[in-house]
Every structure is written in structure tokens, then in C-alpha cells.
Design a protein around this ligand. Structure first.
Ligand code: PEP
Ligand code: MG
Length: 589
């Protein structure tokens, strides 16, 4: 039966495919595709895990047998019997084998997927006693996973897959069809794994428009919907699903008519992309001849390829924290970082690259064991530059790596989330210190322009101080909106209040652009607002000449730039930001 689930549209386009459900609450489990010749070793890993847990239970049973009934009540041994029975259940092992051999999931992913399938069967049971056995099943799977975590894995790299395009599905139901990921949530580290894989689209239960999951989804350039509440509960493994990334809807089990309609929309979208691609080499000039700089936001050095392909004039934001995440808290050393930054710089073939120092904390934990559960308000906690200043060794290592990479091309160094003059001075003196360390070592390094992100209202209200110290500013509207309006950007329950058009937000953005222009300092916007065509004319009218966004958005924004007359937009832009309801004017303009 066809049904649809509404969420928040975060990445445009239509995806049609079979659902791959990621079991909820297991974002700490590695998910990646294996090669077909690795299936036996992955099955062996699960078997070894299961056998180890069976042995462990046997040993426990022997210990219990040697105890009296007071120390070891009868219920305990009955419970262990249930666990043994579940471990020997063929449906568990056969199911795991199916996900490994037929879908090429890695062992942990296959196990949690089968656990999810069986859990749903338990949920549907009439008998309460049997229903409650679900908890035992989860415990058993948890023990296998824990064992597997300790045992070495023979599979190290998630290889790219060779699946077919979405169109194949409409032509032939028997082919290896595209896959659509449906998950409760995805950690940014998980998203990086999927960057190398094959999903045609994805939907998550949680997340807001500018959550980091949404941001990485945009950079994957696949249709995506977040905040789709119970999507991962309502859809089942292998269901046909459509992700409508324009409308923010996921359709489960579509009828043939709906499928045909979306197949048509999908082809229209591809034609539009083909048309936009012709703008790649067109200079980004407004009708009145103003030169506009369209830059790319990237997460990994390899993203330089898509940045160049989209015709970016450089990288306006390299989110370096993605090099730090998902490594069990071990931060990358100087050489590894130097190598990554150098690859990004060389990948951009002489165009400038702005490297932002690490911005972990809040919704971007270093890894799952670092999730900030101890703090009630992680977004207001030890995040970004605050974390870097609290870990000066780690920070100087990063600064040295960036300075060394700057010997290979034009590099700007960008510092996130500053608010206090004291933090600014501390940061700049650590940069001097890092230079002195390289001098003492005799290691070559290059010059950098140093910039600050304007992400906290306190920063936007202290522009003179910021401009006294920095060469340029970059407005991070995602956080600026979050902190100005007191709206958690990750929380879908307040997503309707997350409003880039709020007059207070627009005033801070407008003042920052105006003050930089007045002082002849560089200013850009690198938050999601920069890539949203709805705001292109407004930002141009406010005097912005540098926009940084996901490569996938560059050509659409360029098309808007080519149609705009920047000088004529000035008066209208003033009117918009002074209005009580700027959104109404924006849409009418
Ligand atoms: C922002 O806050 O707008 C920004 C670009 O930084 P991030 O999204 O990585 O927090
Ligand atoms: Mg930010």
C-alpha cells in the first residue's frame, strides 16, 4: 500500500530505489559494502563472534551450576538458555548470510540489519512473553558485536560499488537496483563512509535543514529528506521508495502510476542539470558587470574534483573536522593533515583554498564515544575554537600542517566560532607559535591570510574588534541563525522556527557585509544561505560578492547571478531587511 512521509527537503532531486534500513540507535556500527570475494571471511567473522558468545555462556552456565540457588537463582540459568537458543536460531544466521552475500553488507551491518528484521517480528507477536524476548535478542546481538569489535577485521576499505542507475529500475525489475538509505540518524562519520558508496538517495527520522547530516547529504549531491520522523520504522528492508528531495517527501511502496510520474520528474531534473552544466565556463558576472566569486564548500580533499567540475573559483570552506572524525578519538598527526591539505590545494590547481580549523563538538563528535552526553547544551559547550584552545598541542599540530601546506598554493586560514577578543588574541599567538616551531625545525611553510567566521551574534556585534585582527570574515549563517534565534539546528521539532529571514539575522548579515566593504576587507557567506537561490539577489543587493556553497549548488546560483542587476537590487535589499516580514517581500521581489 502506497503511503508518504513528510520531512524536511535538504538536497534536491528524485531518487527511486529499494530501501536499505539502518537499524536505529546503532550509528556506532560501521556500515560499508564489501567486495564479493570477501563474503566468506565476513560470514566467518559473524560465526566466530557467535561461537565466542556461545562459549562464554557455556562457561557462565558451569559457574552457575557450581553455586547455590541463593547466589545464582534459577531465572538466571533459564535466561542463559534463552540466549543460547537465540544464538543458535537459524533465522538469525541465515538472514545475516543473506545480507552479506546478496547485498555485500559488512558483517556488523548485516548482523544489525537482521536483528532489526527479527525485532519487528517480535514486536508483532501476540504473546507478551515472546514479545519481551526481543530485549534478549538485542543483548545477544550486542555481545556478538562487542566480540567482533575486539577481533581484527580483514576488510579495511569500503570499496566503491558498481550498481546500476535509477533508470534501470523502471526498465527491468530483476536488475541490481539502486538503493535508498533510510535511517534513524546518520553520524557525520557514517556519511563519509557513504560518500564512497552508491546510495541514490536517503531519508532520516531526525535532523534539521542545516544539521551536519543534511550538509554532508548536500555534498553527496543525492536527493535527501531529513526529519521524516518515523521513516525508518514505517519502511521495511527492500520496500520500493521514492525520495522527493524537492518537496521533502518519502513515498513508500509507490503504485505504478506514481512511479511513472516520478520517473518523468527524475528525467526532467537530469535535463535541467545538463542545461546548467553549460554554464560551467561562463564568468559569474551580474548584468551590471559585477564580478561574483562562487566558491565551494568541501569536506574531504577528494571533493576538489567536484568543486572544479562545477566551475568553482576556489574553496571557500574546507571543513577540516571531517579528517578528525570516526577515528576513536585519535586525531590525525601533522604529516597526515599536511598531506590532506596539500592534496586539496593541488586538487584545486592553483585556485585559493580556505581551510577552516577543526570544528568538532556539539553534533560533530570526534567519534561515538565522544558524544557530548555529559553536557546538557553541547551546541553552547566546548565546540570549535573553544575545543581547539583547550587542546593547544592538537591545535598547533593542525596549524603547522596548514602553514606547511600553504607553501603549495594560495591558502586562507579560517577560525570558527570566535566570540571574545581574548580568544582572538590566543588564537593568533598560537599561529605565531606554530610558525616559530616550524622556523626552529627549519621546515618550509607559506603565507596565509587569516580570517574569522561570524557565527555567534557576539561576533557580528563586535565587527570593529574582529576587523582589527583579521584579513577577512566569513559569515556562517547556519550557526548565526541557530545562536541568534536560540534554535537547535539539529532539532526537527523546532525546525519551523529556524528562519534565515528573521529581521535580526538579516541585520547581522547585512551589517557584517557592509562593515567589511567599508573597510575594504574580504567577506563571504559560507553557510547554507549562500547556496540557496532564494537568497542570491538579496545577498547581492546587500553588497556580497563572494559566496561559498556545495559544489552541486554553484551552477544554479550562477544562473541567478547572471540574471541579476546588483546595483538596482540595493534599494530593494534595504527594504527587505527593514521589513517586519522580510520573507513576504523576498518572495514578491
Ligand atoms: C555555518 O555555521 O554556517 C558554517 C558554515 O559552519 P558549519 O555548518 O560547519 O557549522
Ligand atoms: Mg558553523
Amino acid at each position: 500500500m502506497t503511503f508518504s512521509i513528510h520531512g524536511i527537503a535538504v538536497a534536491r532531486g528524485i531518487a527511486i530505489g529499494r530501501a536499505v534500513i539502518l537499524a536505529s540507535g546503532r550509528v556506532d556500527v560501521a556500515h560499508y559494502f564489501i567486495e564479493s570475494d570477501q563474503t566468506d571471511s565476513e560470514i566467518a567473522r559473524v560465526r566466530a563472534g557467535r561461537n565466542a558468545v556461545v562459549d562464554e555462556i557455556h562457561r557462565l552456565q558451569q559457574t552457575i551450576a557450581s553455586m547455590g540457588p541463593k547466589e545464582a537463582p534459577h531465572e538466571l540459568s533459564a535466561l542463559l538458555d534463552v540466549h543460547l537458543m537465540l544464538l543458535q536460531d537459524e533465522e538469525l544466521i541465515q538472514g545475516v548470510k543473506h545480507w552479506i552475500t546478496d547485498r555485500l553488507y559488512n558483517a556488523e551491518w548485516a548482523l544489525t540489519t537482521q536483528l532489526d528484521v527479527l525485532s519487528r517480528q517480535f514486536d508483532d507477536m501476540e504473546d507478551e512473553y515472546l514479545r519481551e524476548r526481543k530485549a534478549d535478542l538485542e543483548q545477544v546481538a550486542e555481545r556478538i558485536l562487542r566480540y567482533m569489535k575486539g577481533a581484527p577485521s580483514p576488510v579495511t576499505h569500503p570499496p566503491p560499488s558498481k550498481r546500476k542507475t535509477p533508470q534501470d529500475l523502471l526498465l527491468d525489475d530483476s536488475v541490481d537496483v539502486p538503493l535508498v538509505l533510510v535511517a534513524h540518524d546518520l553520524s557525520p562519520a557514517d556519511m563519509l563512509q557513504f560518500k564512497q558508496s552508491v546510495f541514490a538517495g536517503f531519508a532520516t527520522d531526525v535532523g534539521g535543514k542545516t544539521s551536519h547530516t543534511a550538509i554532508v547529504a548536500r555534498s553527496l549531491d543525492i536527493p535527501a529528506v531529513v526529519g521524516a520522523r518515523s521513516a525508518s520504522q514505517l519502511a521495511r528492508q527492500d520496500d520500493w521508495v521514492i525520495i522527493d528531495g524537492d518537496a521533502g517527501v518519502m513515498i513508500v511502496d509507490p503504485s505504478p502510476i506514481i512511479l511513472a510520474e516520478y520517473g518523468f520528474k527524475q528525467r526532467q531534473g537530469e535535463l535541467e542539470r545538463g542545461r546548467l552544466a553549460r554554464l560551467r565556463h561562463t564568468p559569474a558576472l551580474t548584468l551590471d558587470g559585477q564580478k561574483i566569486e562562487l566558491l565551494a564548500n568541501i569536506e574531504l580533499p577528494e571533493d576538489a574534483i567536484s568543486a572544479l567540475k562545477a566551475g568553482a573559483a576556489g574553496v571557500g570552506l574546507f571543513r577540516s573536522e571531517f579528517l578528525f572524525m570516526g577515528r576513536n578519538g585519535n586525531t590525525p598527526d601533522e604529516e597526515e593533515q599536511y598531506d590532506a591539505y596539500r592534496r586539496a590545494i593541488e586538487g584545486m590547481e592553483g585556485l585559493p583554498v580556505t581551510i577552516r580549523t577543526v570544528d568538532v563538538g556539539a553534533d560533530k563528535p570526534l567519534d561515538d564515544s565522544h558524544r557530548d552526553e555529559a553536557h546538557a547544551n553541547p551546541a553552547l559547550g566546548l565546540r570549535a575554537i573553544r575545543w581547539s584552545l583547550s587542546e593547544p598541542e592538537m591545535f598547533r599540530t593542525q596549524l603547522r600542517a596548514i602553514l606547511r601546506a600553504a607553501a603549495h598554493g594560495k591558502v586562507n586560514l579560517l577560525v570558527p566560532m570566535l566570540a571574545h577578543a581574548g580568544e582572538i588574541r590566543q588564537t593568533l599567538s598560537l599561529i605565531d607559535f606554530a610558525r616559530a616551531e616550524l622556523d626552529n625545525r627549519g621546515t618550509p611553510y607559506g603565507p596565509v591570510q587569516i580570517g574569522a567566521m561570524i557565527e555567534v551574534p557576539a561576533a557580528a556585534l563586535s565587527l570593529r574588534t574582529f576587523l582589527r585582527y583579521f584579513d577577512f570574515l566569513s559569515i556562517g549563517t547556519n550557526d548565526l541563525i541557530q545562536y541568534t534565534l536560540a534554535i537547535d539546528r539539529d532539532d526537527e521539532s523546532v525546525a519551523h522556527l529556524y528562519d534565515p529571514c528573521h529581521p535580526a539575522v538579516l541585520k547581522l548579515v547585512a551589517d557584517t557585509i557592509a562593515e567589511c566593504n567599508r573597510q575594504g576587507k574580504g567577506v563571504s557567506v559560507c553557510g547554507e544561505m549562500a547556496g540557496d537561490v532564494q537568497f542570491t539577489r538579496l545577498l547581492l543587493g546587500l553588497g556580497l560578492r563572494s559566496f561559498s556553497m556545495h559544489p552541486a549548488q554553484i551552477l544554479t546560483v550562477k544562473q541567478e547571478v547572471l540574471r541579476a542587476d546588483a546595483s538596482r537590487l540595493q534599494a530593494w535589499a534595504r527594504e527587505v531587511i527593514e521589513a517586519e516580514d522580510p520573507a513576504a517581500l523576498l518572495n514578491a521581489g
